[in-house]
Design a binder for this molecule. Structure first.
Ligand code: PMP
Length: 391
């Protein structure tokens, strides 16, 4: 079959392979990026669906408006106001099928072949792959514990100039490192980019999963030029299977998303939007978030304790303050892909760090998920991993 040239850039099977490995029978998997399924409020969701089917079956089974069900857009605008004191109208909120769709649509909207996208390295593979499909040149900017590094960011902006169309960042409890940008770094970042004609895609997938329940100010709140496209999702704070996410941005950009959304899938699911509205109005999403954050904090602590107990001393790891992941590193020169091969024989899995850099070069880092594994398995899995490392 004669495929489009862009398919040359859609080859990355790394993540599929890792997921396959980790789903093998008996494997304790720290590989996924999922919230904990046993925490889903299944009964409340069931009741919400039944309520919608009883009260508004025809609306629920029809097409939705392109930007999503109006009352859900209103509730999301209200949530942005309550969480971050940011004012958005219903029209400035577009609902997408998961934030993955919003990432892909952003590439579709902004990127010509050869345009440069800057991103914090390491970063979320699903976004990097989506952008690569639009034949972007992906340029890594290094990060430290406070976020993207401003010196190298300025150097990259000087070097690539107007070719830089987009900067993709995950400031809160980032995937894969679990790091959260400091407020000073957020401010410095926004001051730096304000001098350039480019868009910033702020992926806020983990922003509400702060163990302290204290939300960080989004980049959007420092934006004076309408550069930031904010992308939120219910996947990590609620259930990924519902595929509800949203984009907030300045009016001019939002219009483009609306046009694209119509091309891509006409609209997201009417019934799911309606059940979400019912859930938000009659149940307690904030209580749910508080409960899962407490659970995740407990699992995170346990994982970090086990890393201290079972890993060789030279292996480094961080202790995140939110999100789903611990980021770890073998000593310099170590290869975490090789470690994974051996680990899978011992029935434990994780994601090698190379998966979070677009060139996929072998490296010593790796990502461990703590949310989707019950406590007793965290202990057993970390003990197995420690044994493999010591071998
Ligand atoms: N952004 C980040 C940083 C993610 O980690 C993920 C999922 N792992 C997504 C976006 C996509 O999430 P969803 O499409 O379910 O909203």
């Amino acid at each position: 079959m004669r495929l489009a040239d862009r398919m040359e850039h859609v080859k990355d099977k790394e993540m599929l392979k890792v997921m396959e490995l980790s789903e093998t029978e008996g494997v304790i998997s720290f590989a996924g990026g999922f919230p904990s399924p046993e925490a889903y409020p299944v009964e409340d969701i069931r009741e919400s669906f039944l309520w919608v089917l009883d009260r508004d079956p025809r609306g629920a089974l029809s097409y939705s408006a392109t930007g999503g069900y109006g009352p859900l857009r209103d509730l999301l605008a209200k949530r942005m106001k309550r969480n971050f004191a940011l004012d958005f109208t219903r029209e400035q909120v577009i609902i997408t099928n998961g934030s993955q769709q919003a990432l892909d649509m952003t590439g579709l909207m902004l990127i010509n072949p050869g345009d440069v996208i800057l991103f914090e390295a390491p970063s979320y593979l699903g976004a990097l792959n989506a952008f690569k499909a639009y034949e972007a040149e992906m340029v890594a900017v290094p990060t430290d514990d406070d976020g993207i590094q401003i010196g190298p960011l300025k150097a990259a902006l000087e070097k690539y100039g107007e070719r830089v169309k987009l900067i993709y960042v995950i400031p809160d409890y980032q995937n894969p490192t679990g790091r959260c940008w400091s407020v000073e770094r957020r401010r410095a970042f926004m001051e730096t980019v304000a001098a350039w004609d480019l868009a910033v895609l702020e992926d806020a997938a983990y922003s509400e999963l702060a163990f302290s329940h204290q939300l960080e100010p989004p980049l959007l709140s420092f934006d004076r030029k309408g550069q930031v496209i904010y992308c939120g999702t219910f996947s990590k704070i609620f259930c990924p299977g519902l595929r509800i996410a949203w984009v907030c941005a300045a009016g001019e950009l939002i219009e483009q998303y609306l046009l694209l959304k119509n091309n891509v899938d006409l609209s997201s699911s009417a019934i799911i939007h309606r059940q979400m509205v019912h859930y938000l109005e009659h149940y307690d999403l904030d209580g749910h978030i508080r409960r899962i954050s407490a659970l995740y904090q407990q699992r995170c602590r346990l994982m970090v304790e086990c890393a201290g107990e079972f890993f060789p001393e030279e292996v480094r790891f961080n202790e995140p303050k939110g999100g789903l992941f611990v980021w770890a590193a073998l000593p310099e020169g170590g290869d975490s892909r090789q470690l994974l091969e051996r680990a899978v024989r011992e029935k434990v899995a994780f994601v090698p760090g190379a998966s979070f850099y677009p060139d996929g070069a072998p490296g010593n880092e790796f990502r461990l998920n703590f949310t989707n594994v019950p406590e007793e398995q965290i202990r057993e899995g970390m003990a197995r991993l420690g044994r493999v490392m010591k071998e």
